[in-house]
Design a protein around this ligand. Structure first.
Ligand code: SF4
Length: 521
């Protein structure tokens, strides 16, 4: 978990984000004499910790080794085990047997993990690495960015009502984000962002930073929604809603389910109602039913009719059938049209995941009477379940790299932004592909599950630390005003002592491919 109290640090002792916390030595004294008391001043972030021998700074990322400021974690190199389908490392049984030593023959990509940060920003990035691919000289600018402007977008696959839109989401009682839109089978949460990190109380900033870090490190985080549920969110794992593990993501809305399964129900039921908090579907009224010449059944449904066979607001949101608060499906039936319905009418009611289903037959008074679910209908209900994908939490880290971080890449930062927009510079995070938002700046999203382990850190300003790499042609780098005097060959980086190799994720695109010159150029 992030934001833990610093261990043995001569910097801010409580892991607090308070920039006014008094360091053990006045910063100006350290600036004049960084070797005071054999401590070293870490200038990797604005906290400017004074670190005594053998101690670590406030973020546990830097230490003092014999008077030398040293990044605690090694630089992570991602290497490909296969090229064009054949193993480059035939003696290896698999990634798990990899010792972490650099493999001389395997293509290597220097990630920002463990690279360190530079501060103030005009200093060149920690690693500016030259390599040659397909006969083209490339350069990769590698750093760990410190992001005050960052957060996570979380997609929680569930039908259950987590809370009203815009409701605050809390962690340890502190507001860390809010509920946003309900998407197709998922509820979106927006967590973090500069306002929670810096705009609230010190505790709010600290807890927000800790929650973001844990989510980015793929750890479980317990959250509560005002007026809603308690949820445990973990990247790549099923959500836990009020203590229950969510297993299925809906096959579709109620109307979609009617559209998909109408033909399979035809002849086995006279009416099917798919209960959904958003769009409840009614087979005999729906265009799918009419197309199959299914006669009107006269079962009236509560709520607001949108189009034939599609009803909104049949109940309140909740944790019952199809994300409603309904536990008895007949609760959404407003009545029976005696001119259309008939005794013996067969009614199936089912939820959007197929987890809930009930079968009724109308008696002589046209009252629905529960009856055993016939085998043919059970098969289709089970097929709804079969078509549900596993419910998961997805965590996308979102950050703005369009600010001062760019100065570590080039003396003319806007040239980097333009180069990214023109697809001349490829942006990756720990080697994982990112999505760069259109418009100004370099605001990107990355799926944390595509990144290597332990890719993130934090500093107590508070802010998250995330790896970022910019890969472009060496000639373009020179043209944009890059720090050419700091370019080092890849081989030199691989020979460093504190380097750890990790297997490249073959489902990620290999970034060391010469970027194509775009039309915009
Ligand atoms: S908190 Fe900042 S100054 Fe202190 S050790 Fe970490 S990176 Fe260095």
């Amino acid at each position: 978990m992030s934001g833990s109290p610093p261990k043995d640090s001569a910097g801010p002792r409580d892991g607090s984000p308070d920039m006014k916390a008094k360091p053990a030595q006045p910063v100006h004294a350290e600036l004049e004499n960084p070797q005071l008391n054999n401590s070293v001043r870490c200038d990797a972030c604005p906290v400017l910790c004074n670190i005594g021998p053998g101690k670590t700074g406030s973020c546990d990322r830097y230490t003092n080794v014999s008077g030398k400021l040293t990044r605690v974690d090694p630089l992570v190199i991602a290497q490909r085990m296969h090229a064009q389908g054949s193993p480059l490392v035939p003696f290896m049984a698999g990634a798990e047997s990899w010792s972490g030593a650099v493999l001389p023959r395997a293509p290597a990509f220097v990630t920002g993990i463990g690279a360190g940060t530079t501060y103030p920003d005009y200093k060149p990035a920690p690693f500016i690495v030259a390599s040659r691919h397909e006969g083209v000289d490339l350069v990769t600018v590698v750093t760990e960015g410190i992001f005050s402007y960052c957060g996570v977008k979380v997609k929680v696959d569930t039908d259950r009502h987590l809370g009203p839109e815009q409701a605050p989401v809390r962690c340890e009682g502190e507001p860390v984000g809010h509920v946003t839109t309900a998407e197709y089978g998922s509820q979106m949460l927006s967590l973090g962002g500069v306002r929670h990190l810096t705009g609230g109380s010190k505790q709010e900033g600290r807890v927000t930073c800790k929650a973001l870090l844990d989510l980015c490190l793929k750890r479980p985080v317990e959250l509560s929604v005002d007026g809603g549920a308690r949820i445990v969110v973990q990247a790549g794992r099923p959500p836990i809603v009020d203590g229950e593990i969510e297993r299925r993501m809906r096959v579709g809305c109620g109307s979609a389910a009617i559209g998909i399964f109408a033909k399979q129900w035809h002849g086995h039921a006279d009416e099917v109602i798919v209960v959904d908090d958003h769009i409840t579907g009614v087979l005999s009224e729906h265009w799918a039913g009419r197309y199959l010449d299914i006669p009107a059944a006269g079962i009236k449904v509560k709520g607001r009719r949108s189009t034939p066979g599609r009803y909104f607001q049949v109940a309140n949101p909740g944790k019952g059938w199809g994300g409603t608060d309904i536990t008895d499906p007949l609760g959404i039936v407003a009545g029976v049209d005696r001119k259309k319905a008939w005794p013996g009418l067969r009614l199936l009611m089912v939820s959007t995941t197929g987890e809930d289903a009930a079968y009724f037959v109308l008696d002589g008074q046209l009252k629905p009477v529960p009856a055993p679910l016939p085998a043919a209908l059970r098969t289709v209900v089970e097929r709804i379940g079969e078509n549900c994908e596993p419910a998961l939490c997805s965590v996308l880290f979102m950050a703005g790299a369009g600010g001062s971080l760019r100065a570590g890449v080039t003396e003319n930062p806007v040239r980097l932004t333009r180069s990214v927009k023109a697809a001349l510079t490829r942006v990756t995070s720990g080697g994982a592909p990112v999505y760069v938002w259109p418009g100004g700046g370099i605001t990107y999203l990355v799926d944390v599950t595509l990144m290597p382990e332990q890719a993130f850190g934090s500093v107590p300003t508070p802010a998250l630390v995330a790896p970022i790499e910019f890969t472009l042609k060496l000639s373009d780098y020179a043209e944009m005003g890059g720090h050419m005097g700091n370019v080092v060959p890849l081989e030199q980086v691989l020979k460093r002592e504190r380097v750890r190799a990790t297997p490249w994720r073959e489902d990620n695109p290999w970034p060391l491919v010469p970027p194509k010159r775009s039309d915009a150029d």
